[in-house]
Write a protein that binds this ligand. Structure first.
Ligand SMILES: NC(=O)c1ccc[n+]([C@@H]2O[C@H](COP(=O)([O-])OP(=O)(O)OC[C@H]3O[C@@H](n4cnc5c(N)ncnc54)[C@H](OP(=O)(O)O)[C@@H]3O)[C@@H](O)[C@H]2O)c1
Length: 376
């Protein structure tokens, strides 16, 4: 396989704190260096990408820079012996789409340590339908299962339930047999969250959070995308040896709680950082076991756990953040730019219509557009 001499990339130029994005021709030599040259088939659009493209967050370092914090595609060439031409691979996190050119281009050069083989049971498209959000969800579950979380431990609560990460957490937990309690602010998403596999859906506005250092113990585990007051409440309502995976701060970054949940109930608060998850231990080349929470094993787990969500989600993973990304990318009068960005993400709905097969689709899904995701 040979790379095209010149190909398309979305590049962001930053001058005097102002970002300007343009789709333009580049060559392989223009890309950040890396041992593995990948023909990018798919890249999911993330909140970070929106911040990068619009210059609203200090995401990109270096100018011009190609955004896109994840990608899936085929290896074109590799100077690292772990990968060969034609291999299907995924790359997420690290500095991809930040200080290193990312996935919103036809090709990317990626350091070999950031690359994982596409696991059996997942297509390149499905990998990016899950995307960084799905990978984060899979990682959070693996981290807590490593700490002995099991379906028999008791109910598991998921906050920010309609969000990009949490919907995959719910989908995977349900597939694994957990009793899931979803918390959302959106009354119109209750049915969809039940369809996704939640045993119970609570509206955030109805929650009585209380103020005691320890409230009635309710949950064996929690998956939190919200932070702030909600995370503080979660620490107070965990059962003995309860486990909390904190992966987001949608409502705030402060955490006001006491030590009592930790020393009287043995609660463990585990931070999830998907961006710095190593593919494997440094000795993995010698064939030793993969750690459970390596990115390689996490992707494999995602491939086996993710159920029906793969069948009804649109051709790309829409979430509130994605919608914001699309909106932010669509500067007034610049529909062409949005189109090109979407095309770079390979979001062509005609080419990737929802497959009709999948019995769970009919049984459990409220269909494309559920959970407030606009149809592609
Ligand atoms: N740690 C990591 O490696 C990692 C990776 C990816 C993302 N993240 C972070 O994880 C979080 C979720 O990401 P996402 O992609 O799922 O975002 P998202 O699609 O925007 O979802 C966030 C959800 O949080 C809830 N929410 C929003 N504002 C809130 C508020 N003020 N108070 C309480 N709940 C609120 C909403 O759900 P409901 O309306 O259903 O309550 C919303 O859908 C973000 O903070 C993101 O930066 C972290």
């Amino acid at each position: 396989m040979k790379p095209a001499e010149s190909f398309s990339a979305l590049r962001v130029y930053e001058t005097d704190g102002t970002a300007r994005a343009a789709v333009e021709p580049v060559t392989v030599e223009d890309l950040s260096p890396g041992e593995v040259l990948v023909r990018v088939e798919w890249s999911s659009l993330n909140y970070k990408d929106a911040l990068a493209v619009t210059g609203r967050g200090r995401i990109l370092r270096g100018s011009p820079r190609i955004p896109g914090v994840d990608l899936a595609g085929h290896v074109v060439a590799s100077s690292d012996t772990r990968f060969s031409s034609g291999d299907a691979v995924i790359a997420t996190g690290y500095e991809l789409g930040m200080s290193h050119d990312g996935g919103l281009a036809d090709y990317a050069r990626v350091p070999a340590d950031w690359v994982v083989p596409l696991p059996a049971g997942l297509s390149l498209l499905e990998a990016m339908q899950l995307g960084t959000a799905g990978f984060t969800a899979g990682l959070a579950i693996s981290r807590l299962e490593q700490l002995d979380l099991a379906p028999g431990n008791g109910p598991v609560v998921v906050t920010g339930a309609s969000g990009g990460v949490s919907v995959v957490v719910i989908d995977q937990l349900a597939a694994l047999g957990y009793e899931v309690v979803a918390i959302t602010s959106k009354a119109d998403q209750v049915d969809a969250l039940r369809s996704l596999g939640s045993a119970e859906v609570l509206l955030r506005a109805d929650l009585e959070m209380g103020r005691k250092p320890l409230e009635k113990a309710r949950f064996a585990a929690a998956f939190d995308s919200v932070g702030g007051e909600t995370l503080a409440w979660l620490t107070r309502v965990m059962q003995q040896r309860g486990l909390i995976a904190a992966y987001g701060n949608a409502s705030g970054t402060d955490l006001l709680t006491t030590v009592f949940p930790f020393i009287l109930r043995g609660v463990a608060l585990v931070g999830i950082d998907s961006a710095a998850t190593a593919p494997c231990r440094s000795d993995c080349a010698s064939g030793s076991a993969w750690p459970l929470t390596s990115s390689r094993v996490t992707w494999r787990a995602c491939a086996t756990r993710s159920g029906w969500i793969r069948w009804w989600r649109p051709a790309r993973p829409w979430s509130k953040a994605d919608t914001a990304a699309a909106a932010w990318c669509a500067w007034p009068g610049a529909e062409g730019r949005l189109f090109r960005i979407m095309r770079l993400c390979h979001m062509d709905p005609a080419r990737h219509a929802h497959p009709a097969e999948g019995p769970d689709l009919r049984r459990r899904s409220s269909g494309p557009g559920a959970l407030g995701h606009p149809a592609a």
